[in-house]
Each structure stands twice: as structure tokens, then as C-alpha cells.
Design a protein. Sequence first.
Length: 332
Amino acid sequence: MKYQKLGKTDLNVSVVSFGAWGIGGGIVWPDMNLGVENVKSLLDEAKDLGINYIDTAPVYGTSVSEKLLGEALKGRRDDFILQTKCSLNWRGDGGNFHYSRDGVTVNNDTSARAVKQDVEDSLLRLQTDYIDSIVVHYVCKSWPVEETMGALQDLIKEGKIRAVCLSNSQPADLEEYEKYGHVAAVQEFFSLLSPFHGYDYFENCTKYGTTFQVYGSLEEGFLTDPKFVDKTFPKGDVRGKLPWIEEPIKGAIHTLFDETLTPLTEKYNCSYANLIQAWTLKQYPNLNLLTGFRRAETMRDTVKCFDIELSDEDCKLMSEKAAPAQVPVLDK
Ligand SMILES: NC(=O)c1ccc[n+]([C@@H]2O[C@H](COP(=O)([O-])OP(=O)(O)OC[C@H]3O[C@@H](n4cnc5c(N)ncnc54)[C@H](OP(=O)(O)O)[C@@H]3O)[C@@H](O)[C@H]2O)c1
């Protein structure tokens, strides 16, 4: 495993981080809830592989992911760097409407009162007295950044959190937040099929020493197997709404696999996921690869991406050949 400092903090995180959205079910995995024993096994595997950085959020499975982690981390909390999020909540005590699903209405609220309450709620669910890193889940303009960041700085002083990150944000948001404290990482959607937001962001990350934490690099599975795009997804599964399954993009994805990705996996003797992750890691030096896991096999396979010495030429080829399948902006 490779490690990096998270932004300018002293948190030494594994470059592959464990995305725990899927363990609690939710809009991509509606029928999933792994249960505590399976989550414990996944954490055992993560530890063996050197993955020490976990990402969750209150809304993943509407508290299920955090609660499972809280149980599974008992007795070994300090073995992991634990990241959760604030701003999205379903307490019904304020904020802007964000989404409504299965009878639960989730609001976005970045007021000082709300983010402080979010952290208290997560500390309880995670059964811990500190959270290493808090991500503002959806940056929002309804409250002054000074107020939000001020509250998060108070929580750092109180020892309840150690670092602040942003998500679903723009480079200008990073500029604004940095006026009131350090943003250790931005957690943003970035993939071979939609890389433009990342390209726009890298310069500002360099300016502030902020880590670019990628989510969705495997496109929730679409980039792990040539046949994935032909699947049908159950009602409620967000993958059934992604542009990848509609023509002409679907055909362009098939062509990308047939003409470029498959020959490259043969050349490098690796899985599709490894090839995609090797490409992702080459896009920016201070990049953290947040990957969703529900199975030990995919965790074990993923760490092999570090063994691949993807040439500059092949990296460029992948970017060029992906162009017909790419979409400029994708709001997941
Ligand atoms: N800030 C945000 O708004 C936001 C949004 C989305 C996600 N996230 C975070 O980012 C994390 C990752 O995103 P994601 O889960 O959407 O998508 P992802 O990482 O692109 O894809 C996860 C899927 O890829 C599979 N996979 C992982 N490694 C693999 C490998 N080596 N070979 C084959 N398949 C592999 C997983 O399989 P298995 O499940 O079978 O292991 C899972 O189905 C989430 O868990 C969450 O923590 C944040």
C-alpha cells in the first residue's frame, strides 16, 4: 500500500480508501445491508492490505453504514482513519430540500447549528469520541462559509474532529473555505468517462496543498467489466439512470472496451479495475482513490493497481479513446 498525508494535516492515509456507502445499502445497492460480521471481515481484510482510511456518511443507508462501522470498529477504532460527512440530514429541523426517498426527506443544511449537530449524531452512531475527517457533503450557498467553517474549526479545537474536507464543490468553493481554515481534501466525482470536473480542480488543489479524493472512478462497476453496461437494474437502483446505458454512449463504451481497454488489460496482465485505477492515479499526484467495496475479493484486486506501470503513451491513448463515451458534467 502507498500512503499520503491528507492535505496539510498529519493524517497518514492509504492512497486507496474504503468507500462504505455500499455496506449500508442505498440508492445504488437498494437491497444491501452487509451486517456487522461481514463488515468486520471487510475491515480485517482492509487492515491486512494496509487500507487504513474509511469513508462513510450519515445518509449512506440512512445511518446504516455509520452504525455498522460503529459496531465493527469496536476495540480497534484507532487502527483506522475515519471520515464521515455533515450537511445532509433527515432530522426535519431546517435546511434546503435535497431529496425524498422511501418516506425519508433529506435536507441540506450547512448552518453552524446543523453541522455541529451532525457531528454529535455521527459520534454516537460511530461509537467514538473523535472523527478524523469531516466532509461537507454538499457545499451549499445558503449559509456563509465563514459560519460553516467557523463551526468546524470550533469542533477541531474541541478535539471532536481533526480535519475538514469538501464534496460536490467547485474550485471557487475551495478558495472561499480556505479563507477560514485548511481544507484537507475535496471529495469529487472523477472518472475516465467524466474527468472534466477534476481537470478543472487540480490547479486549486495544488495551490492549497489539498488532496483530490476521487469517488466513482470505477463508475459503480461500469468500468470493471465490458458486459456491465448491458445489465438491467432493479427499480430504484441509481445505475439504471446513468447515461452509460443509453445509446450512443453505450455503444461508445463497448467500442472503448473492445478496441482499447481489453488489449491493455492483456498487455499489463491486469483486471479492468486495475487498468482504470492506474489511469486515475496518473492524472494527479496528490490523488486519493476512494473505492466502494462490499467484498474482500474486489478489495484484494484493487490494491494491485499499484503494480501497474502504465506508460504515458497508454494513459494518453485511454483518454483519447474514451472521448466518444465521455459526458462533460454528471450529477450523481
Ligand atoms: N461525496 C459524494 O457525494 C459521494 C458520492 C458517491 C460515492 N461516494 C463515496 O465514494 C465511494 C466509492 O464510490 P462508489 O461506491 O459510488 O463507486 P465506485 O468506487 O466507482 O464503484 C464501486 C463498485 O465497484 C466494485 N469494485 C471495486 N473494486 C473492484 C475491483 N477491483 N474489481 C471489480 N469491481 C470492483 C465494487 O464491487 P463490490 O461492491 O462487489 O466490492 C462496487 O460495486 C462510496 O462508497 C462513498 O464512500 C461519495
